[in-house]
Design a protein around this ligand. Structure first.
Ligand SMILES: [Zn+2]
Length: 181
């Protein structure tokens, strides 16, 4: 990402390492305001019901028409857990209670970090939203593995089902997965 103009005064910026810094930043040529660019945090839920997980077909860009778990960018003022629940509400219309943190995935090439929580659907209902054109529960063998929108989501789902096979009856035994892409 490039910041061409200063967010404070509108003048042009230049890319340089500010004094007492170790990274290149976009610094204003007029007022010297320094613009920091940091990773974005994506939060979401692996919503499960018995041996199935809930996937949403994306009605929005990017990767429109492909499947993913409910997830999206964290907002200022939120916790990761709150963000995961809000995204699940926005994308699948579920008032979910989040459980254990399942995975932290680092995507340094995309400047993103993913936090995915486990969440039991129970008897709650779900429905399509402006962000999801279709929502369904899939068992491992029914998942459209070739139509998963994001590599990191596919990886976490794979680990989830591997864990299910190892743990069988209890999801309490899931360990936290840290994955670097
Ligand atoms: Zn400026």
């Amino acid at each position: 990402m490039k910041i061409k103009f200063c967010t404070q005064c509108g003048s042009t910026t230049e890319l340089k390492v500010p004094v007492d810094d170790n990274f290149e930043r976009y610094v204003c040529t007029n007022c010297a305001h320094t613009h920091y660019l940091n990773p974005r945090i994506v939060c979401g839920c692996i919503v499960y019901k018995e041996d199935k997980v809930l996937l949403c077909k994306r009605a929005i860009k990017p990767r429109m028409g492909l499947w993913t778990v409910p997830a999206g960018f964290m907002e200022n003022g939120e916790t990761t857990r709150n963000a995961a629940a809000r995204e699940t509400q926005e994308e699948a219309n579920i008032n979910i209670t989040t459980g254990k943190l399942f995975s932290i995935s680092n995507l340094p090439h995309a400047n993103q970090v993913y936090f995915l929580y486990l969440a039991d659907l129970g008897d709650k209902s779900y429905s399509v939203t402006p962000e999801s054109s279709e929502i369904a529960l899939f068992s491992k063998d029914d998942i459209p593995w070739d139509e998963i929108a994001f590599h990191t989501v596919k990886s976490s789902l794979t680990k989830y089902f591997e864990g299910l096979e190892d743990n069988h009856e209890s999801k309490k035994n899931f360990k936290l997965h840290e994955v670097d892409f």
